[in-house]
Write a protein that binds this ligand. Structure first.
Ligand SMILES: *Cc1c(COP(=O)(O)O)cnc(C)c1O
Length: 429
């Protein structure tokens, strides 16, 4: 489609990147379930392999269904290009691999999705990529964590699990001064609630598994290139600034300009590391994204109703939802997520650990499981599941103390969600 930037978000969510199939006329983007693509002739094959022309070679690197998903996500986030991969974790792995050398450092927010804390703190440490934790409530901790080895700053726009809102513009300034890309995981907000590129993000990461796909049926991840980072000025990123011998000596930032990072992630990261998204998952996530604006607004509105109700319940000691007036992050939410503070938040039970177990055991409509961003409402008691092996003091610091319950509020009638929580809360001894 031409002129996508003049179309509204709702329209882009349905149309960006897609056209009727040129050979069959199929209106919906087909599932191109193929591993490889026939070359026109040997010269065409050579030019594809040398990056002189752009086209399909092999589905690990590129696939037409995946390509529509990538264009759609880039349009919704306001980036220059995107890359779709197998999962949110794969997106993080590929993005960091394009930036990091052994001995380099990532400055990351302490409050992140638990799986990301593990990935950065365990797997990445094994690669010699060291993470330095900083506190989004104290921007000075980001400033002070910067060293000559820092290669990226990483935060979540809305941080899992507590629904905390990050001051993106303040941290973007720190990244700019340090000359390193600012990477924002926008999974909990989705571009409907927050567009981090407008607040200074250079790279946006998604777990498409959550609200983007939105139906709890497929894993996926994405990397969005804002096109804002000057790789020529910062020569500390050899993947982008050094000649690539396997591609006839091409320097990626010279050849690809403001989408060089997305290209690096595809032609180096996805090629060499391999976590490609399946065409079927790309198709399901594309279908989900068509209703993202409607779903995300309702998710967020429902979450606010449920959070307000919980904050008045006698068994509940606190509710951490940035959309509630009086919440510590309320003002940041008004600035960064004015349409709503998302659907994932935590609350505390006066009855502690035992009450938490009782609640997840007695819910009927809500599903007790380790996921977020489904049409269905989801609940988990982190202390007895994701954080079960962790000592109590560390649990509490991670926002997963014995009394904590995390909700991902779904698209059911909020009164039905409340009724289910009420009957289960009433059964706590
Ligand atoms: C789930 C999640 C991830 C990881 O994504 P997967 O698709 O499960 O690999 C990363 N960040 C956040 C905020 C998440 O919620």
């Amino acid at each position: 489609m031409s002129d996508e930037r003049t179309l509204s978000f709702e329209t882009l969510a349905i149309h960006a990147g897609a056209q009727p199939d040129p050979t069959t006329g199929a209106r919906i983007t087909p599932i191109y379930q193929t591993a490889a693509y026939v070359f026109e002739d040997p010269e065409h094959a050579a030019s594809l392999f040398g990056l002189q022309s752009f086209g399909n070679i092999y589905t690990r690197i590129m696939n037409p269904t995946q390509a529509v998903l990538e264009e759609r996500i880039a349009a919704l986030e306001g980036g220059t290009a995107a890359l779709a991969v197998a999962s949110g974790h794969a997106a993080q792995l590929i993005a960091f691999q394009a930036l990091m050398q052994p001995g380099d450092e990532i400055v990351a927010a302490k409050k992140l999705y638990g799986g990301t804390i593990n990935q950065l703190g365990n797997a990445f440490r094994g690669f010699g990529w060291n993470v330095v934790w900083a506190d989004t409530d104290d921007i000075g901790t980001f400033e002070r964590a910067i060293t000559p080895k820092t290669k990226a700053i990483f935060v979540e726009s809305i941080a899992n699990p507590g629904g905390i809102i990050t001051d993106l513009e303040a941290i973007a300034k720190v990244a700019k001064r340090a000359g390193v890309p600012f990477i924002v995981d926008n999974t909990l907000a989705s571009p409907y609630l927050c567009r981090p590129i407008e607040h200074g993000a250079d790279i946006v990461i998604h777990s498409l598994t959550k609200f983007m796909g939105g139906h709890g049926n497929s894993l996926g991840g994405a990397i969005v290139d804002a096109g804002s980072f000057d790789w020529s000025r910062e020569r500390r990123y050899p993947a982008l600034s050094e000649p690539r011998p396997e591609y006839n000596g091409v320097v990626l930032h010279e050849a690809f300009g403001n989408f060089a990072f997305a290209i690096a992630c595809r032609v180096l990261g996805l090629r060499d590391l391999g976590p490609a998204i399946s065409p079927f998952n790309a198709f399901l996530i594309l279908t989900g994204i068509e209703t993202l604006p409607l779903r995300m607004q309702r998710h967020s509105d429902n979450a606010k109703v449920v959070a307000e109700w919980l904050s008045r319940h006698e068994a509940v000691s606190w509710v951490s939802y940035a959309g509630l007036a009086g919440n510590r992050y309320y003002n940041l939410a008004q600035k960064y997520t004015p349409k709503g503070a998302g659907a994932v938040f935590t609350f505390g039970l006066k009855g502690g650990h035992e009450a938490g177990i009782s609640l997840v055991k007695n819910v009927q409509l809500l599903s007790h499981l380790a996921n977020i961003g489904d049409t269905r409402s989801l609940i988990i008691h982190p202390a007895s599941t994701t954080h079960a092996q962790v000592p109590d003091a560390i649990k509490t610091a991670a926002g997963a103390g014995p009394d904590v319950i995390r909700l991902s509020v779904g698209l059911e009638d909020p009164q039905d969600i409340i009724a289910d929580l009420e009957q289960a809360l009433n059964r706590i001894g």
